[in-house]
Design a protein around this ligand. Structure first.
Ligand code: PMT
Length: 410
């Protein structure tokens, strides 16, 4: 399931190849993606929205669709939902619009608002494709980072032969998989902690926190996309697992520490995204504690600091911490960076609604000894890719500095 957990928005524009988009949606789903569909008005003349609604399980939005407002779905929200927008087929007309920043329909507005990856699968008559206006638009889009899938050569619907056929659905899916893949952490072993820890008080009660594991699991997905071998040491979560990631399930801070010690021995990178309990009950009652007095005191003892201990025992291991703060974000996070001798710390403000703990969204500051990079509020999956890119860049920089020092000392 190479597209597991990916949100892909298929935008269908008005060409005869629109009939292939139905199979494309199915092929994306078979690869594990969640798919939603939007259509231009002219696309609805080639294939009905109902077909895509039945396939995707979501309402299909068209340019002048009044149901948008009713459903509370606007082009910004849908654009933010997506990890990638694929226009398939992309006619000469929609290509011209998006290369010129036109926002006169739902689909073109959505493309203008995109922050995720944008790709087009052109489909048109060969003369239209070869026209210098179209070619110029394609060049502009490529320069802006838009990916162009195809087109293929062959006999066209109009009877002519040449370049301009939309790629077949399975080929498009391969391009989509490649869209998410990069090799910046190729063959690196990455160990990530995620989720909460749960510290038992007695057989029925425990101390825990609000972490859902979403941030850690998103980081794991992004590391996997970047070519890493990924182990996630996970506290209890309700999240879907990726079959290509090795999960080690733990409950307590002590167990998380033991698992990290075992798995970090040969790791290249350790990322601690878990919200670990700093204290655990000193004694766990064998039986359920009965209520007697008006107050009850439970003595707590410090848990091992997994991140700090791992860095101490593996000083050359590139270690990244997370800092969840409710105030003085940068200052507190920078203190943790120093105290734990980390290579980097990702600071996130918690206590806000709809970001941080147990949300699909977050906003972070990536802090290292010489820089701070702000990543504004976005989906955790999107932030995770940017964080991994940043880590990979930093690793590369440090490796080249080590090389220079080594060569100078020879
Ligand atoms: O799981 P989500 O709902 O998606 O929420 C994500 C998150 C807010 C939990 C995550 O982004 C985050 O900030 N995780 C770290 C939270 C935290 O407990 O930070 P801290 O400031 O207490 O700890 C600093 C660092 O030391 C963290 O990397 C933590 O994993 C690590 N630590 C802390 C204590 C301990 N005993 N062992 C540790 O390894």
């Amino acid at each position: 399931m190479k597209l597991a957990n990916k949100h892909i928005l298929v935008a269908v524009s008005g060409g005869i190849a629109a009939y292939k988009s139905a199979e494309f949606v199915r092929a994306l789903q078979r690869a594990g993606a969640q798919v939603r569909v939007v259509m231009t008005e002219s696309a609805t003349r080639f294939i009905t929205p109902l077909t895509f609604q039945a396939l995707s399980g979501y309402p299909v939005h068209t340019s002048d669709d009044a149901s948008f407002d009713k459903a509370g779905v606007d082009h910004i929200a849908l654009s933010r939902w997506s990890d990638a927008i694929i226009i398939a087929p992309a006619t000469a007309n929609i290509i011209a619009k998006i290369s010129n920043g036109v926002a006169d329909s739902f689909v073109s507005s959505l493309c203008l608002a995109h922050q995720s990856s944008l790709a087009i699968a052109p489909a048109m008559n060969q003369a239209m494709w070869n026209n210098s206006a179209t070619q110029q638009n394609i060049t502009t889009l490529k320069e802006r980072g838009v990916k162009v899938f195809g087109p293929a050569q062959g006999i066209q619907a109009c009877g002519e032969t040449g370049e301009g056929r939309m790629l077949e659905p399975d080929d498009l899916v391969h391009h989509c998989i490649a869209l998410f893949a990069n090799h910046s952490l190729s063959a690196k072993k990455v160990v990530i902690t995620a989720g909460p820890t749960v510290e038992p008080i007695d057989p029925v009660r425990f101390i825990s926190n609000r972490s859902s594991g979403k941030m850690g699991y998103a980081i794991a997905g992004a590391a996997l996309e970047a070519g890493a071998h990924v182990t996630v040491i996970s506290g209890p979560t309700h999240l879907q697992e990726n079959e290509r990631i090795n999960y080690v399930h733990v409950e307590t801070a002590q167990q998380m520490y033991a698992a990290a010690k075992e798995h970090c021995i040969d790791a290249d990178l350790f990322i601690a995204a878990a919200a670990v309990a700093d204290y655990e009950p000193t004694n766990i009652a064998d039986q359920k504690i009965k209520k007697k007095d008006d107050t009850l005191s439970i003595q707590l003892s410090r848990t091992p600091d997994t991140l700090k201990e791992i860095k101490l025992s593996h000083p050359s291991l590139f270690c990244i911490g997370f800092a969840a703060e409710t105030e003085n974000l940068i200052q507190h996070a920078s203190e943790k960076l120093r105290q734990k001798s980390l290579n980097m710390i990702i600071a996130n403000q918690v206590g806000l609604s709809n970001q941080g703990f147990n949300s699909d969204f977050n906003a972070v500051e990536i802090i290292s000894s010489d820089s701070t990079i702000s990543l504004p509020r976005a989906r955790k999956s999107e932030l995770a890719r940017l964080i991994i890119k940043n880590i990979a860049d930093q690793l590369k920089k440090e490796a080249s500095q080590t090389n220079v020092t080594y060569l100078q000392s020879k």
